[in-house]
Design a protein around this ligand. Structure first.
Ligand SMILES: C[S@@+](CC[C@H](N)C(=O)[O-])C[C@H]1O[C@@H](n2cnc3c(N)ncnc32)[C@H](O)[C@@H]1O
Length: 213
């Protein structure tokens, strides 16, 4: 599985992908994550990736040419070009699961900035647009990381204990049950007695009853 992330702020992504689960997944050779500076595909001497909007209005719009050139270089036979966008399809766990099951998956993820992208990119160059929620961030870097991490942790062999995926929130349209760890009493706050009982049947029942929906 391979991710190529296109951004004008590569440093903001590099630290995160070299931490914890994403680092482990790369070290195990289960995923490849490349971060590219979109400016490398801008042809002018200032490496410009944005310009003023036709028709006027505030802010800047990301230009079509650098993204077109980057895709030309990075695309492979099976590539899915993905755009981070508040206008996209809302990302849900079942979509992450679907993507994680495709071994030969290659995603190029475009991180927008400013007022967004020239509409011709949406219309002609992108296969899938996703949003991480009904709010507006300043850029697509965090949404790109959400997608990469959400998919990667579901890839077989990435998590040390895959059982932890079984009862997770959003599986079977339910939420995870409450978890507690030592000490059993802290500051007058007690762990439910059933969890200390050692009775596995009662514990399973309690957990099932306490999963949210
Ligand atoms: C400031 S936003 C642009 C917002 C755009 N003018 C609008 O109102 O829809 C800049 C970039 O951040 C990213 N972005 C912001 N919020 C997002 C969200 N909720 N989900 C996915 N991407 C988002 C997109 O790549 C977007 O092009």
């Amino acid at each position: 599985m391979k991710f190529d992330i296109l951004t004008i702020f590569p440093e903001s992504i590099k630290e995160y992908i070299n931490t914890s689960i994403l680092k482990i997944a790369q070290d195990k050779g289960l995923v490849e994550i490349n971060v590219h500076n979109l400016r490398d595909w801008a042809k002018d001497k200032h490496r410009t990736t944005d310009d003023t909007p036709f028709g006027g209005g505030p802010g800047m719009v990301m230009k079509v040419e650098p993204i077109f050139n980057a895709l030309k270089d990075l695309k492979e036979e099976n590539t899915v070009v993905v755009l981070t966008s508040p206008k996209g399809e809302k990302l849900v766990q079942s979509k992450l699961q679907e993507l994680s099951e495709k071994d030969d998956l290659h995603l190029i993820i475009i991180c927008g900035r400013y007022e967004g992208l020239d509409q011709r990119i949406h219309d002609n160059l992108v296969d899938y647009e996703f949003s991480i929620g009904d709010y507006v961030l300043s850029g697509g870097e965090l949404p790109a990381l959400v997608l990469v991490e959400g998919v990667t942790r579901l890839v077989s062999g990435v998590l040390g204990n895959e059982e932890s995926l079984v009862d997770e929130s959003f599986n079977e349209d339910k939420l995870d049950y409450p978890q507690y760890t030592k000490p059993s009493t802290f500051n007058g706050w007690n762990v439910p007695n059933v969890l200390l009982s050692g009775n596995h049947k009662d514990i399973t029942n309690w957990r099932e009853q306490n999963r949210g929906k």
